[in-house]
Design a protein. Structure first.
Length: 127
């Protein structure tokens, strides 16, 4: 039975799943873009449900391309956007969109002299 490593790359415009074999060869890959929301100039928001659904679909597609099953996975690696934060509530579904850090947006809202990505975490709730 062949064993695989599944890598998930969840980026700012798409999700990608890549399946590797024991020799680190790419066996299968799937990628899917998800919707970007622009509530005003320089602002970008993502719907967490869209992101989650695209990750699930790309993982299933890559595993299916290889003729594998989740039981064939021995490891999982995840790379994410880093600049996006989503607060999950156990009891709720259909969360609202959340703002991502965008250089244009940051430039418009930060005081002069402050770097584009300050070291502290900022959480912005989008309506």
């Amino acid at each position: 039975m062949t064993k695989y490593v599944l890598a998930i790359d969840q980026g700012t415009t798409s999700s990608r799943a890549v399946l590797f074999d024991r020799e680190s060869r790419v066996v299968a890959m799937a990628q899917e873009e998800y919707r970007q929301h622009y509530p005003r100039p320089g602002w970008v928001e993502h719907d967490p449900e869209d992101i989650w659904a695209s990750v699930v679909r790309t993982c299933r597609e890559a595993i299916g391309q290889a003729g594998a099953t989740p039981k064939d996975l021995v490891a999982l690696g995840i790379a994410n956007q880093r600049e996006t934060v989503v607060v999950w509530e156990r009891a709720k579904k259909g969360m609202r969109r959340w703002s991502i850090s965008d250089r244009t947006r940051s430039a418009a809202t930060r005081p002069s002299g402050v770097p584009p990505f300050p070291p502290r975490l900022r959480l912005v709730y989008a309506r």
